[in-house]
Design a protein around this ligand. Structure first.
Ligand SMILES: Cc1ncc(COP(=O)(O)O)c(C=O)c1O
Length: 372
């Protein structure tokens, strides 16, 4: 075990900025000189480029991943009293968007191997009121889309993919965001494709759906003085679009570097008592997060912290047990796999620039914790 205490942050945005700094500064300067601050040329081009990347006909830039989910749900026709099925193990915003659309979130358990929604549990929760399923492609790995698409097709239910953590992930040869009626992306700064502020995108093959999202994101404006629907201020900022156009060029390379880092972790940690992430059949994982599992999670996390290694927990309490969800009537034991996972999961440092030496140090610390 190395004596020197190192500092390895959980995420490192500064190292990724350095090589693209000159291009970013030039792009920002051009936006500021032009003073087209939203719905300008960068937003329009970025929408086309991102749609092409995802393999969809269209993409609509919005202000955040949360807005992407809300506008997509409204655009597929979700209204007050409808039921929308999703996973209890996600970032809270997945369910916030469902509630904001006026619907009742129906929260189901996960498949314990991938931590993504269990299609068998979806089937059990379908009622006459079910209008949509929101599978979440968690940690960079897509949900099991074949059975989900089959359930939706049989029942005439919409699919709104939460792809906020899965830019570039694949299911068979399909990119995240290209299978459902709509795909929703976040460009939060730490995501695989991250802005230097907020941003989001809705991808779709349906021109009418894209049109409705364009209305919702901009106060329902059909033209300057005409409002077709009651919408929102939910546009993608032009400076963020200019930044994201530059960063999109590096997305595949950065995803490959994340996959390389995951492979190194797999090899370094194979002999430890940790449960390592699994890449399920048919899927290509882009490792937004590298999540391990330990019965001694909290002690291990404190030990790593002492050794200068930053970690995260995604997430510590499932959504059905959150105070905000009390009125939905769930309790402990309703989603046993998610509840068990929340007590044991730990996210190790993961970013494209994470180097081999840092990963060896992290692995040495973990082995020292287990007394190997
Ligand atoms: C799974 C998931 N859904 C939704 C969101 C919401 O995205 P945003 O923070 O851009 O609103 C995030 C990210 O933060 C996320 O990880």
């Amino acid at each position: 075990m190395e004596k020197v205490l190192r500092h390895i942050p959980f995420v490192d945005l500064k190292t990724g900025f350095a090589p693209i700094k000159a291009d970013i500064m030039k792009a920002l300067e051009s936006v500021l000189e032009d003073m087209r601050l939203y719905l300008g040329p960068h937003s329009r081009e970025f929408e086309k480029e991102f749609a092409r990347y995802c393999g969809t006909n269209d993409a609509v830039g919005v202000g955040s991943g949360t807005e992407a989910l809300l506008f997509a749900l409204l655009a597929v026709g979700i209204k007050s009293g409808d039921e929308v099925i999703t996973t209890t193990h996600s970032f809270f915003a997945t369910v916030e968007a469902i509630v904001a659309a006026g619907a009742i979130p129906v929260l189901v358990d996960i498949d314990p191997l991938t931590y993504t929604i269990d299609p068998g549990e979806i089937e059990k929760k379908i009622t006459r009121k079910t209008r949509a399923i929101v599978p979440v492609h968690l940690y960079g790995q897509m949900a099991d889309m074949d059975p989900i698409a089959e359930i939706a097709r049989k029942r005439g239910i919409s699919i709104v993919e939460d792809a906020c953590q899965a830019h570039g992930a694949l299911y068979r040869d399909k990119k995240a965001g290209s299978i459902g009626d709509a795909g929703c992306f976040s460009f939060y700064c730490t995501k695989n494709l991250g802005a230097y502020g907020e941003g989001g995108m809705v991808t779709t093959n349906d021109p009418a759906l894209a049109d409705r999202v364009r209305l919702y994101r901009n106060h329902g404006h059909r033209s300057k003085f005409e409002h077709a629907v009651f919408g929102y201020n939910g546009r993608l900022d032009e400076m963020q679009a200019a930044i994201l156009r530059i960063k999109l060029k590096y997305l595949d390379e950065n995803n490959a570097r994340r996959r390389g880092a995951a492979e190194r972790y797999d090899a370094l940690l194979r002999e430890t008592p940790l449960t390592l992430p699994q890449e399920a059949p048919l899927r290509s994982h882009v490792y937004h997060l590298y999540v391990v599992r330990s019965k001694k999670r909290d002690a291990l996390r404190a030990f790593l912290e002492e050794k200068g290694v930053g970690t995260g927990i995604h997430y510590k309490k499932p959504i059905h047990l959150q105070e905000a969800a009390r009125g939905l009537g769930y309790g402990s034991g309703n989603c046993p796999h998610a509840e068990a996972a929340c007590d044991e999961i730990l996210s190790l440092p993961m970013y494209p620039e994470l180097d081999e030496e840092s990963q060896e140090y992290i692995a040495d610390c973990i082995k020292a914790f287990y007394g190997a």
